[in-house]
Design a protein around this ligand. Structure first.
Ligand code: PLP
Length: 362
């Protein structure tokens, strides 16, 4: 009997190539964040990485304590995970933020108790772009022997992220935020961090996250993080210049407008402004008719008509939060796009305000 050489789904050569490709991607992710490859675990995105970090550390430290500290402006991947743990008996402190959306590190110090097992504060906010003082927060957590997790989904590719410089014990990454495929992400876990297994199953990811690897997604993540880090300095300068011109132009030409988020400590690609007396959804529709894509509240939850939890945490009254608009700049945007938005948006707001019942008596 002649044996045919197979190159089908179970071909050893293909399996080896796939394994090598996954390990190459792991090396790329590790290099991008200053980690060792064995500290990087692939996941199905940022939400899974946050879930694993929080639930995994909580489960592994159950005997030590039951208290978790996070901020009130985290992405729902963190907030809803914490809420799920509350139902299991954990206690969670949701730290307040200042008017710019910053967590003051002293608040972490005040909130820590000898029952605290975990601090989680995002590196940068997805709605208002505010960058958090994560180094200072991590240092406080470590002074108390508490591990620190940061959701760096928005930070990777926007500014340098180094796990040792931050002092992160866990860090969540999502590929589609820096040009990679959707449904691929990673969790960085510092050596010796006590964390439970996320998915029981096969021996993949050294037995800590079972399930056949999403090889195309992982390879795409590795390539995208390489490109994002290589182009980061150039894109950040370019985007920040466009961001600042857009913000200045909107604040100068449209009355009763305020900037949401921090004026300086913010993501280079994030513009978020609140227009009084108008409703975000109407702005979106009119901008869409002009070919401008924007979002109100958080894009991830834009199906919801609740005012954004981030904006309300910054102290914006609901009616202002509803009139907020987020514009995200990408590498394909040009100065002409900024000019175009500045030529269209003032007229849109003027027209909507002329029709707005909110304006009466003002
Ligand atoms: N964390 C932040 C800050 C995000 O902006 C997002 C998505 O927008 C996530 C987590 C969730 O990541 P994923 O879409 O990969 O599940």
């Amino acid at each position: 009997m002649r044996r045919r050489r197979r190159r089908g789904p179970r071909s050893p050569a293909l399996a080896r190539e796939a394994k090598e490709a996954v390990e190459e991607a792991r090396g790329r992710v590790a290099a991008a964040i200053g980690a060792s490859p064995e500290e990087v675990f692939f996941t199905a995105g940022g939400t899974e990485a946050d879930n694993w970090a929080i639930k995994g550390v909580a489960a592994a430290n159950k005997k030590k304590g039951d208290h978790i500290i996070t901020s009130s402006i985290e992405h729902h991947a963190v907030l809803h995970t914490c809420r799920a743990l509350e139902k299991q008996g954990y206690r969670v402190t949701y730290l307040p933020v200042d008017e710019f959306g910053r967590v003051e590190p002293e608040r972490v110090e005040e909130a820590i108790t000898d029952r605290t097992i975990f601090v989680s504060v995002m590196a940068a906010n997805n709605e208002i772009g505010t960058v958090q003082p994560v180094r200072a927060i991590a240092a406080i957590a470590h002074d108390h022997g508490v591990p620190f997790h940061t959701d760096a989904v928005q930070a990777i590719g926007a500014f340098p992220v180094d796990v040792n410089e931050i002092g992160a014990d866990l860090l969540a990454i999502s590929a589609h935020k820096f040009g990679g495929p959707k449904g691929a992400g990673a969790l960085y876990v510092r050596r010796k961090t006590r964390i439970g297994t996320f998915m029981d199953g096969g021996a993949q990811e050294r037995g800590r996250r079972g399930g056949t690897e999403n090889v195309p997604g992982i390879v795409g993540l590795g390539k995208a993080i390489d490109l994002a880090v290589a182009g980061m300095a150039r894109n950040a300068v370019r985007n920040a210049a466009m961001r600042d011109r857009l913000i200045r132009g909107l604040l100068e030409t449209i009355p009763d407008t305020r900037l949401n988020g921090h004026p300086v400590e913010r993501l280079p690609n994030n513009v978020n402004v609140a227009f009084r007396y108008v409703e975000g959804e109407s702005i979106l529709l009119m901008l869409d008719a002009h070919g401008i894509a924007a979002s109100t509240g958080s894009a991830c939850t834009s199906a919801s008509l609740e005012p954004s939890h981030v904006l309300t945490a910054c102290g914006l009254p609901p009616e202002h939060a509803h009139g907020s608009l987020r514009l995200t700049l990408g590498h394909r945007n040009t100065e002409e796009d900024v000019d175009y938005v500045l030529s269209v948006l003032p007229g849109v707001i003027k027209r909507l305000r002329a029709m707005s019942p909110l304006r009466e008596g003002t």
